[in-house]
Design a protein around this ligand. Sequence first.
Ligand code: ADP
Ligand code: MG
Ligand code: MG
Length: 531
Amino acid sequence: MASTFDFASWPPSLTVDQLENLTLYATSYALSHGALYLPPAEPQPTVPSAAIHAPISLFPSPFPRQLYEQGRRIQRTYNVLYSRIAMDTEFLDKIMGAEEGVGKVDDFIGQLWRGWKKLRDAGLAQPLHLGLFRSDYLLHAPRNEPLSIKQVEFNTISVSFGGLSQKTSELHRQVYLLAATDYYNSSSYLKPDNFPSNDSIAGLAQGLAEAHKAYDVEGSRILFVVQSGERNVFDQRLLEYELLEKHSIRIIRQTFSELALSASVDPSTCVLRIARSPDLQPSGSIEISTVYFRAGYMPHDYPTPAHYDTRFLLESSKAIKCPTIALQLAGGKKVQEVLTQAGMLERFLSDEKKYGKNIASMQDIDELRASFMGMWGLDVSEDLLTPDYAAQAAGSEEFGVRKARDLAQSLVLKPQREGGVNNVYKESIPGFLDALAPQERQAWIAMELIDAPENAGNYLVRAGSTDSQSQTPVKTDVVSELGIFGWALFGGPDKSIDEREVGWLVRTKGKDSNEGGVATGFSVLDSLLLV
Ligand code: ADP
Ligand code: MG
Ligand code: MG
């Protein structure tokens, strides 16, 4: 049965005193349990001595139970889909490559692709890939249509908040369970059954541990490649502690700049070793089983050619990469758009000749396809889906650009970038298109805007926002984005894909903000209340 929840009824109303008390419970819980960020500082101290609580919502956000379950279900298919894309070199060359694909016009993608091409021409030392994934969704609520979930994007590199999202779901549940508050019985939806569990820390750590196990060398460690100045370190540390405590796996954290001095790959064995880490013996070096990238997803991470060289050095080793360059390229927004084209899902999911018995049912494929919004490349010259429109729009401009102009109010344009703040929305689109050089069009996709319910509200609590006279957070109209985590280990000779769906994340932003990053300050961490 479709949910009939009235989003406008959220959040329940409380007195000022109650709100202040809830805020105290929530921030105390966050500060006590590691739902933390480093405070802004330039540069960050080498050894920090203070932290602030992560930005959080006071209430969990209502979400229809069956759509949450659908998101978890299709994650398994998405895990397989993106694993197969990463293994389809011919497809990635065509879509993302620097000879015919996006890499031709996008320098960052081109650099990564060229580095990968050179390495694979010489022969890759490690066939396995590890992906820690997050598929992001918004509720889609067009007038007169039932609610559905629509995919915003599929992330294949450096997916964050596996640590803090679990802490935030525990926070909301605890605030509920604390006898003193009970959210003051303010809504009949606030009951234990409606708080789904979330084991994203154990789940994502298990993915890393499986790769480490597959590498199978006693005494080796996992390398976390991190950004200097990173403030979201506790999210990463939670995975580190889980690896140590549950799997007895130790890790090393280093930046690309540090790795330029410390990393080496043995030319005959392709073993990756790290020397000169402060936590190693003065003369020792350590073998790396798995390289886990929490950096390297944007041009800013590669300020010099040497930084690319370091990335390629790691790629050339026989350590298992999370992700490989192939898997990073598979996560491009151009790939997401191409998947909406006829026959593409079938190519990866139901080609029995290629994948034998491991193919998806028509039902699984349809359910996955139902999560797509309409997308097209700005460089397309004709409409593959609705030829009528092409006839109407015939003019001097390429069809993709013309259509984006005409439908601008209901669109977002996206380049091949991660980390928020890169997209172009609605009324900014025509001016942007005027200025975009024709050869750049290949690097951009147009995507229909998801029509998220806008009448839900919440209280957003940011560190520093509650230390003034008024201790009560302000109610804001919000939009909530659900992320489902998964992992996949694949590429071995038997072609099998070991994969799991491993938890979720909710980020909530004020409805007037287009972009959604928590790290960029637009969003807060939130959790689910199933309705
Ligand atoms: P990034 O990889 O930079 O996170 P996204 O595709 O997730 O890029 O876009 C950033 C944000 O823009 C999303 O979190 C969401 O808030 C908003 N957004 C992106 N695509 C859409 C869409 N089709 N409809 C509505 N909002 C969108
Ligand atoms: Mg995103
Ligand atoms: Mg992204």
